[in-house]
Design a protein around this ligand. Structure first.
Ligand SMILES: [Zn+2]
Length: 555
């Protein structure tokens, strides 16, 4: 079974190498458009073959690369937003912890969980990110008042490397009102204790992710109805994610790499030489179609317009964007509908703003150019003061989340910190012995063009072809990391089968005793944890290497 997977991955690897050759060829400016269309036809054919391979690689009627498998992405990731509503019929009351005195008297909560990752998130990232969010968006600080929320922090397996990095969750009482309990889950497959203090890209991505999730948390608490959709209005995803990206930054998770690529070519923020490319990029997607990328750009532009209409300066800075968006947040807190608030504050409805994207509008293009230029080498987060690096924070030596006292408005309850790095649910079980329970579980990955980030790849223009080169390089890295996972499973499988022969012999020799203690099952459980451990280690080594390679590509 593992060999079938290995064979298919080999084929995908070879197809990607061919796609790379074709993309390099098409990136050559001397080709005519017709030549390039011919090359593109072969690229599209390769994509179809990759999808067919992913679909048709089966063993005993089990698809080895199922559409609901884990994401193979190791380098290009996104944070995702989730909230759940559970009705607690036993207890209708809203649990909040009110403190009579003001903000300054909020006691700090010190978490000492034994995990460097959990401690750093609880003791520094959360209180400081909340304070920075309150400073940037004072409407939330006012709405929050002296209320303190104690949250849970769970570091545990969510969906493997890539995809969801963390999520913020909530529970509600049947009587409505504010969230009853709130928690932050961080994917133990994406972040490790070893990342803390490393100064690595992973650590910066963690800061960005936590700031993003805390923005969800603060908004969820203070804009309850629109966030949960329980009172006639539910905010669209582009607004929910785009505003969270205002805090975390729209650049660290690779959603606007193309914009940074053009910004890198600019002499200064007023250099218009790349405007045609930037306008084309804006036209590629809608805000709703790409909430973490174009949703972020749209939210930032709306903040910028609102600030200008309110008599503020037209400089593209984090403070100006945040100041304008805070006016809209203030309106939403008072109960105004989203579209109305945006229209009142910017003079434009949401659909008119979408129209600016689809037409590659000049003012929006200029804004996107300045935003990207001023965020170069950084995150593009608007909760960082100019003194601390502004939009460019997140670059070398300029953290997105500062240190210091922070806010006690949202803190992690030390008794609700759960850390489990041991992995998650397995997707498939291989029977390795003759008795029930003698099996090894391991995880299956997706391997289609969508999961590999190649769905939109084409080489019809020089720009598309140079994008394609980067997409293919990243896909090759991701296929390699999946190969190392299946390879590790195969190694352990061979050892385990050898060991199981011994177990089966011993079983026959002392059958009744073993039946009592269920020993065979315990042996398999032990082997199982070894498989997951080793697979995890080789994935980690691969993931670390991948981020270095991707860093090299982006310069
Ligand atoms: Zn989110």
């Amino acid at each position: 079974m593992v060999q079938s997977a290995e064979g298919a991955l080999n084929e995908v690897h070879e197809m990607l190498h061919r796609a790379n050759e074709l993309a390099v060829k098409a990136a050559n400016g001397t080709l005519s458009d017709e030549d390039r269309a011919m090359v593109d036809a072969e690229v599209q054919q390769i994509k179809r073959e990759i999808d067919n391979t992913a679909k048709n690689t089966v063993f005993n009627e089990i698809r080895l690369f199922p559409d609901d498998g884990l994401s193979p992405k190791a380098g290009s990731v996104l944070a995702s937003y989730d909230y759940e509503v559970t009705f607690d019929f036993a207890n209708g009351s809203v649990a909040v912890n009110q403190q009579a005195n003001g903000v300054s008297s909020r006691p700090g909560v010190q978490v000492n969980s034994g995990s460097a990752l959990a401690d750093k998130i609880a003791n520094q990232y959360i209180p400081n990110a909340v304070q920075q969010i309150f400073d940037a968006f004072p409407s939330f600080a006012t709405a929050q008042g002296t209320t303190e929320i104690k949250m849970a922090l769970n570091v545990k397996f969510i969906d493997g490397p890539g995809n969801t990095l963390a999520l913020a969750g909530y529970t509600y009482s049947p009587s409505g009102g504010k969230p009853k309990t709130m928690y932050i889950n961080v994917d133990a497959a994406d972040f490790k204790d070893a990342d803390i203090g490393s100064g690595s890209d992973k650590e910066k991505q963690l800061e960005s992710t936590i700031a993003h999730e805390l923005m969800h948390t603060v908004m969820q608490y203070n804009l309850t109805d629109g966030m949960s959709g329980r009172n006639g209005e539910k905010y669209p995803t582009w607004f929910v994610e785009g505003t969270a990206q205002l805090a975390g930054g729209g650049f660290p998770t690779n959603w606007n790499n193309e914009l940074l690529y053009y910004a890198d070519k600019l002499a200064d923020e007023d250099d218009t030489s790349q405007d045609a490319n930037i306008a084309k990029y804006l036209q590629k997607y809608t805000m709703q179609g790409r909430p973490y990328g174009h949703g972020y750009l749209g939210a930032a532009y709306i903040g910028y317009l609102a600030n200008k209409q309110n008599g503020g300066s037209a400089d593209v800075t984090g403070a100006n964007i945040a100041g304008g968006m805070d006016l809209i947040f203030g309106d939403l807190i008072k109960g105004k509908k989203l579209d109305q608030a945006i229209k009142d504050r910017t003079g434009k409805s949401i659909s008119e703003i979408n129209g600016l994207f689809s037409s590659g509008n000049g003012d929006l293009t200029e804004f996107a150019r300045k935003l990207a230029f001023n965020s170069k080498d950084g995150a593009g987060s608007v909760i960082v003061s100019q003194a601390a690096g502004g939009l460019g924070a997140g670059g070398a030596g300029k953290p997105i989340i500062g240190s210091g006292a922070g806010s006690g408005a949202f803190t992690i309850d030390p008794s609700q910190v759960n850390v489990d790095f041991s992995g998650g649910s397995a997707n498939v079980a291989i029977q390795v012995g003759s008795e029930a329970g003698q099996h090894i579980d391991f995880k299956l990955y997706q391997m289609n063009t969508q999961a590999l980030g190649l769905a939109d790849m084409n080489v019809n223009t020089v720009e598309d072809a140079s994008d394609a080169i980067n997409f293919v390089k990243e896909a090759i890295i991701n296929v390699s990391s999946v190969r190392s996972h299946y390879g590790a499973v195969q190694n352990r499988l061979e050892h385990t089968i050898a060991n199981l022969d011994n177990v089966v012999e011993n079983t026959t020799a002392a059958e009744s005793r073993i039946r009592d203690t269920d020993m065979a099952k315990e042996m398999v459980a032990h082997a199982n944890s070894q498989v997951l451990l080793q697979a995890g280690q080789s994935m980690l080594a691969q993931a670390n290497r991948s981020s270095e390679i991707i860093l090299g590509l982006l310069g």
